[in-house]
Ligand binder design. Structure first.
Ligand code: PGA
Length: 257
């Protein structure tokens, strides 16, 4: 995949990402090796998961050797709640494929607060013990966050409890029936955790993401733009639809020509 790929719409982009992930999963299966996927939630990856489920069902792709680590979870949050990212992942992906339950890792939003630091250290250790993340899938929030790493965030941040940005709370409120019911904290992998993935695929769809995507790709690396840290990663691919790519210089030049 090229560093920035622009598709006509999110369906096409989602299919390309799913195909890329499916190739990796298949190759590792043929090599009799596990594969570690870092997974994201939110509206962005839904089409990717739909397509992976289709490939599993129609083409027989097995996920038995796949180990997953999700980026984040709201806090506090019961995993059984329909608003949890645990529920989201089972609903959109895990319930429909053959990934073993013991291979699935999602930050636990139901912990007592004093147990969170040890849980986060364990999460980092579990990623390392699994051999590190082969491919990390990301979306980007309007704040520039990846995972729930809101600005300002340091490059050496690891899995921890964080406060959500007001814009992120506003965006999440529609799923919680209003701002006053929306969690204000989350457990998230850090920038350092994400940057250690061997390969990163970050997707963005629609006009609401165009301005922050331009900053993340074209502005200087800045703790105020968490996704800008990706500029230093050796293997990162941006997969965008036309609307999300609309403000990139290359696109604007193209449109003016
Ligand atoms: P979205 O969120 O996929 O719902 O747009 C992306 C993100 O906040 O990372």
């Amino acid at each position: 995949m090229r560093p920035i790929q622009v598709f006509d719409d999110k369906m096409e982009g989602s299919k390309a990402i799913a195909r890329h992930i499916a190739h990796l999963v298949k190759r590792r299966r043929e090599e009799h090796k596990p594969v570690v996927l870092g997974l994201a939630t939110g509206s962005t990856p839904i089409g990717v998961y739909e397509e992976l489920v289709r490939i599993h069902k129609n083409e027989g792709l097995s996920f038995e050797h796949v180990i997953t680590f999700n980026l984040d979870e709201y806090y506090p949050m019961r995993p059984s709640s329909q608003q949890s990212y645990s529920w989201f992942m089972h609903h959109h992906l895990f319930n429909h494929i053959d990934v073993p339950a013991q291979n699935i890792h999602i930050p636990d939003g139901a912990l007592a607060k004093n147990h969170i630091p040890a849980f986060c250290r364990g999460y980092e250790a579990a990623i390392k013990n699994a051999g590190g993340i082969d491919l990390q899938l990301l979306g980007i929030g309007r704040t520039g966050h990846i995972g729930f790493n809101e600005p300002p965030v340091s490059a050496d941040s690891i899995t921890r409890l964080v406060s959500l940005h007001p814009i992120t709370i506003e965006d999440a409120a529609r799923n919680f029936g209003g701002i006053s019911f929306t969690p204000t904290e989350a457990i998230t992998m850090g920038i350092s955790t994400i940057m250690q993935a061997r390969e990163i695929v970050i997707a963005g769809w629609g006009p609401n993401k165009a301005a922050i995507i331009k900053k993340a790709i074209e502005a200087n690396i800045d703790e105020q733009i968490p996704a800008s840290y990706l500029q230093t990663h050796a293997s990162v691919k941006w997969v965008l639809d036309k609307e999300a790519a609309a403000e990139l210089s290359e696109m604007t030049e193209h449109a003016d020509a």
